[in-house]
Design a protein around this ligand. Structure first.
Ligand SMILES: [Zn+2]
Length: 534
């Protein structure tokens, strides 16, 4: 199966595997398929299937992300580079911009970007969460400001997120550290913790203890006596791998790191390691409401709905409320306020600002990436990119900053549109336990954590489980005694392109991976060719 997946995909999986922390079996659903883990996500009890899909797979549609830089004097204008690269190049490129020669990482600096005659006063990074190329290309009219940045700067057309699983926590840590998860230590959003339990990689409280290496921002702050202003606005702890450890680094300071508590409707942070600036202690909810009052009109019709979502119920649900374009406008307001109040770019000591816009990912999970709601949220993020650029021109000066934009992963369209299949995660777990005894500790869309004591008791290895999973067909995944309604022609279809034990992944090395050669799957080719004649 590794041979069929090919060297590029297996490299991503290998870089993304953190021994001892990643699951025991890594799952690779066939292109278009995904493991649905939420309750009855497959609609098997008679309801409509959930619009939620999953995006941790290593395929091109999920791994290919925008990576672009804008900064007159330091970033060539109008340039599209087709040399393959990935997000581990970001931190080393920033080190080069800042003329910091001591920073080392897995990634290498992008040769096109330089510090010019002097380092910029500010480097700003915008992360469009879930805004990989497939998301952008599904909504081609929604991002004119990003297109303008591409025209005025340098864009890397063959950038990938660098590792699999293609998931928020892992990839943000790569952006900040320049290291892949195998070294940075954050395998995803969940991991096996020190006491063998499966835990949140940021302990659900923005705790950076599992990030094993310093970020570029950590190092830059520390080597300059904490004089640089380093800060972030994001949604939850998983993103803070792009920023760093704050005061958890010996000698480090509490950098501003604003996260949003959707239920309590307030900004928060882990105040032991980061700070919540005074101006954000009382969130400006009137500002959020004023944006929300504009939602109805954004689809062109005043009918009490934002696209197909009734606004009243939408705003009554804290999780849906943050998936709207209004919340992206609110996030943009906060970004501009932090830029201003924090005096980013205010002196000659270069500063680093990291901004994550969660909405495209949230809207994609709620209504799917193909929905018009997703397009509207993307266009709201794009509006904030335009506002940010103007604010930077005004406040820092056109020649004095570099603005980078990227995404952590793409998103999976509804399987009805791709010919894919929702793999019933709950049933898969039932099947494994029925075959081997009660082994499954946790099953996610990307991996299976096994109960090691139960494995010893039953005499089962992770290889046994991987082999079993790899052979599962659609028929195997149907609940017993259920009228399936599945077309007979699909019953024998295998659901997975791969299932790999931790031992297998840990036995690989770059030359063994190289030998897997090109992928048998078109989605296993992570690169595109330059347009003919260029
Ligand atoms: Zn994400």
């Amino acid at each position: 199966m590794a041979d069929q997946l090919g060297a590029q995909v297996m490299t991503s999986i290998w870089r993304g595997h953190v021994p001892g922390r990643s699951g025991d079996v890594f799952l690779v659903p066939r292109p278009g398929n995904f493991v649905a883990v939420s309750k009855d996500a497959c609609g098997v009890t008679g309801g409509a299937p959930n619009a939620d899909t999953a995006h941790p797979m290593p395929w091109a549609s999920l791994a290919r992300v925008p990576l672009l830089f804008y900064g007159p004097g330091r970033v060539p204008a109008g340039r599209t580079v087709y040399t393959p690269t990935d997000l581990a190049s970001m931190a080393p490129t920033y080190a080069k911009l800042l003329a910091d020669t001591s920073f080392t990482a897995d990634g290498t600096a992008l040769p096109e970007i330089s510090s010019g005659t002097a380092p910029p006063k500010l480097v700003v990074t915008v992360v469009v969460d879930g805004g990989g190329w497939n998301t952008l290309q599904l909504h081609p009219g929604a991002w004119p400001n990003i297109e303008r940045l591409i025209r005025d700067g340098t864009s890397y057309a063959n950038a990938t997120n660098g590792s699999a699983p293609s998931i928020t926590g892992a990839i943000h840590a790569t952006m900040g550290t320049g290291d892949y998860p195998a070294k940075a230590g954050i395998p995803g959003n969940q991991m096996r913790g020190p006491d063998a339990k499966v835990i949140d990689t940021w302990l659900d409280r923005a705790d950076p203890r599992f990030l094993r290496v310093p970020t570029l921002s950590d190092q830059w702050d520390l080597t300059n006596g904490n004089r640089p202003v380093v800060g972030a606005i994001a949604y939850e702890g998983w993103h803070l791998g792009f920023l760093g450890h704050g005061a958890a680094t010996p000698g480090g300071d509490r950098d501003p790191a604003l996260l949003w508590d959707a239920k309590a409707m307030r900004w928060w942070t882990n105040e032991r390691d980061y700070s919540l600036p005074a101006g954000f202690r009382d969130p400006d909810l009137a500002d959020l409401r004023s944006h929300e009052s504009g939602l109805d009109a954004r689809d062109g019709v005043i009918d009490g709905k934002w696209f197909s979502q009734p606004i009243e119920s939408l705003l009554a649900d804290p999780d849906q409320r943050v998936g709207t374009s209004a919340f992206m406008q609110f996030t943009g307001d906060a970004a501009l306020k932090l830029l201003h109040d924090g005096r980013f770019g205010g002196d000659d000591v270069p500063d680093l600002l990291w901004l994550e816009f969660k909405g495209p990912d949230t809207a994609g999970h709620l209504w799917n990436v193909v929905s018009p709601e997703e397009g509207d949220v993307l266009s709201a993020v794009d509006e904030q990119v335009g506002r940010l650029r103007s604010a930077l021109d005004r406040q820092v000066g056109r020649e004095n900053y570099v603005l980078a934009l990227t995404a952590d992963h793409g998103q999976q369209p509804l399987p009805e549109l791709t010919g894919g299949w929702r793999i019933d995660g709950q049933q898969l777990r039932v099947s494994i336990d029925a075959r081997f005894g009660r082994l499954v500790q946790q099953l996610s869309a990307t991996e299976i954590f096994l109960d090691h004591a139960a494995m010893r008791r039953e005499g089962v290895t992770a290889e046994d489980v991987a082999r079993f999973v790899a052979a599962q067909t659609i028929a195997d995944n149907l609940k017993a005694n259920r009228e399936s309604g599945v077309a007979p022609a699909r019953l024998g279809e295998s659901m997975f392109a791969g299932a790999f034990s931790a031992n297998f992944l840990e036995s690989l090395n770059p030359s063994a991976i190289e030998a897997f050669g090109p992928s048998s799957y078109p989605e296993g080719d992570l690169t595109i060719d330059p347009p003919a004649g260029s």
